[in-house]
Write a protein that binds this ligand. Structure first.
Ligand code: CO
Length: 135
């Protein structure tokens, strides 16, 4: 059901500014900067092999992400697994007792469908599931 780690997300105050480390120091390339409708975030993806780092910047100062940065500073925010069937994944994990943030998928970046599992039932790791648009 889980195919791979789709991305590891890093909460940042400014996508382009944060990307400078990845580009200038690590020699990676920022691509696919997008404001995600309905989620009040700006994201930028940095491809690495078969996976990506997602830089995620809050656009709404009252959002959970903005509060996360305020409280903990910039840093790792969540891990995202690619699944082949997001509806089934959310249903299955809920049935197995996971505390879900999303019981039905919502729209993510690049027309994907995403859903989150609450860190309370994952050992403190906010966990995202995604089904890409092309699968
Ligand atoms: Co994500």
């Amino acid at each position: 059901m889980i195919k791979k780690i789709d991305h590891i997300a890093v909460a940042v105050r400014d996508v382009e500014k944060a990307a400078e480390f990845y580009e200038k120091v690590l020699g990676l390339k920022l691509g696919g900067v997008e404001e995600v409708e309905g989620m009040d975030v700006k994201v930028g993806f940095i491809p690495i092999g078969d996976t990506r780092i997602e830089l995620v910047q809050p656009l709404d100062p009252h959002s959970g992400l903005a509060k996360f940065i305020e409280k903990k500073g910039e840093g790792i925010h969540h891990i995202c697994y690619e699944v082949d069937d997001i509806h089934k994944a959310l249903e299955t994990y809920k049935a197995k007792g996971a505390k879900m943030i999303d019981e039905t998928p919502r729209k993510g970046a690049h027309h994907s469908l995403v859903g989150f599992i609450h860190p309370k039932s994952t050992g403190g790791v906010l966990t995202e599931l995604t089904q890409p648009a092309d699968s």
